[in-house]
Ligand binder design. Structure first.
Ligand SMILES: *Cc1c(COP(=O)(O)O)cnc(C)c1O
Length: 470
């Protein structure tokens, strides 16, 4: 009888990077110095760094070799043309405008397309995307399906757009107030949850019928393609590359943070089919990023990115990448730890509301849990909840989102299965002692994207009892 075979990494390790091992004492001091914000820890104090999968992937030997082929000409670098070729082959758009990372592309797209008073629907917000839309005078409107806000729903495509919500927005404000719909694949803030191709097709058809563009946030489109291949009828025999092209074919362009899917430490791009928007973008990129043939990237970085795009669409790579995420997720599920279901593509999202029901959301349970996890095992995760959601622009009140999560994001090709075991054991030991964790209050709050630099202090147990009103 044929037994199910495990996945394994389609690579072996050629070079290692040593990690510092710290004591609990040292970590207690480090997190207090960091204002209980894992973003403010020094990386040398971190053992297993699951803060983000952004720019933290390991490049291959071929990518390192590509760095040596950097053509650092100010204009017309050969590497730009290689990158353009790779983008066209796998994403299929006409024009490439390189940017230093994803938000550079978001800035340019938002400035070109959004007028003050416009509405920009999207399938759940992403921090930098929404901020650039707002800075351009737009208002973000969430049109993701309701299942996405329910961490326990097993719906296989929780990234899908709700067509009724899009139609309602069009009816309410008029299509001329909606410059484009921002469509994210493998929705980050929902827990790395994919969209189905059927939904992408229907969403685009509805928007296009009303003359509304659809721009893809293609940051994790290939991880999304993997889930389409696994879960959507009719796609099992298609290659990831073909599915990726089909996703993009329904949209009018994309913003891309190449620091995720594309396996580089820095880089991004804007890709556009429309000639006029592309011309404007080439104009603006000079102001904010650099000339249109480098856009804030060194030639060598563009070359490594071109190679990274080719590697990123390989099935065995994504199979092992998502296999590792699922390995960690299943360990936590078996131990009864509440995490977002189904397991997403780039990380495990612990449901802090369920993990710490004794801490009200106004005391940032996910932030507190992320700090506790660092102290326990030297594992660095990050908050995705009320701190990340920020304040309502009009009322100034804290937004309390339905999802209050700690994200354990897995860098690509970096950690071993043993690192996943150690991480799971640390989470499980906190789960056993969870009532000892206390809430936090803000002691410093930056104006924009506060989660990056905010500082906190623990609220002592007595005060929680006396003043808790929520
Ligand atoms: C990371 C990310 C961005 C922003 O990209 P940067 O490269 O960090 O500027 C945009 N959208 C999504 C979904 C992301 O995950």
């Amino acid at each position: 009888m044929l037994k199910k075979r495990s996945w394994a990494e389609p690579y072996k390790i050629k070079m290692v990077e040593h990690l510092t091992m710290t004591t609990r004492r040292q970590r207690e001091r480090a997190i207090a110095d960091a204002g209980f914000n894992t973003f403010l820890l020094r990386s040398r104090d971190v053992y297993i760094d699951l803060l983000t999968d952004s720019g933290t992937s390991a490049m291959s030997d071929m990518q390192w070799a590509a760095l040596m082929r950097g053509d650092e000409a100010y204009a017309g670098s050969e590497n730009f043309y290689h990158l353009e070729e790779a983008m066209r082959r796998h994403y299929g758009y006409k024009h490439l405008i390189p940017t230093h990372q994803g938000r550079g592309a978001e800035n340019i797209l938002s400035r070109i397309c959004i007028k003050p008073g416009d509405y920009v629907p999207g399938n759940m917000y992403f921090t930098t995307t929404k901020l650039h839309q707002e800075l351009a005078g737009g208002k973000f409107v969430d049109v993701i399906i309701d299942e996405a806000h329910n961490p326990d729903s097993e719906f296989p495509f929780k990234g899908n757009c709700d067509l009724k919500k899009i139609q309602r927005l069009i009816d309410d404000v008029g299509a001329d107030k909606i410059p484009y719909l921002s469509l994210e694949t493998n929705v980050n803030m929902a827990g790395g949850q994919p969209c189905s191709l059927a939904n992408i097709r229907d969403t685009a058809a509805l928007c296009h019928k009303h003359g509304i563009n659809v721009f893809l946030d293609a940051t994790r489109a290939i991880e999304n393609a993997f889930f389409i291949k696994e879960r959507e009828p009719g796609y099992a025999d298609k290659s990831l590359a073909d599915i990726l092209l089909e996703i993009c074919s329904h949209t009018d362009g994309c913003t891309m943070s190449a620091k995720k899917d594309s396996l580089v430490n820095i880089g991004g791009f804007l890709a556009i089919n429309d000639d006029a928007i592309a011309d404007e973008a080439r104009n603006l990129v000079v102001v904010y990023e650099g000339l249109h043939t480098y856009g804030g990237m060194a030639g060598r970085d563009m070359e490594a990115l071109a190679v990274g795009i080719e590697e990123s669409v390989q099935f065995d790579h994504i199979h092992a990448r998502i296999g590792q995420v699922e390995y960690l997720g299943h360990k936590l599920i078996e131990a009864g730890v509440p995490i977002v279901h189904p397991i997403g593509g780039h990380g495990i999202f612990i449901n802090a509301k369920k993990f710490l029901p004794h801490i009200p959301q106004s005391q940032f349970p996910a932030q507190a849990l992320a700090a506790a996890l660092y102290v326990d095992g030297g594992v660095r995760g990050m908050e995705r909840g009320a701190v990340s959601a920020g304040r309502d622009k009009e009322t100034g009140e804290n937004i309390l989102p339905s999802l209050e999560l700690v994200r354990l994001t897995i860098p690509r090709r970096v950690y071993t299965q043993a690192h996943m075991d150690v991480t799971a054991e640390s989470v499980m030991s906190l789960w056993d002692d969870r009532e000892k964790i206390v809430g936090l209050e803000l002691t410093y709050e930056p104006k924009h994207l506060r989660f990056f630099q905010a500082r906190f202090a623990p609220i002592n147990a007595d005060r929680v009892l006396n003043t808790d009103v929520s």
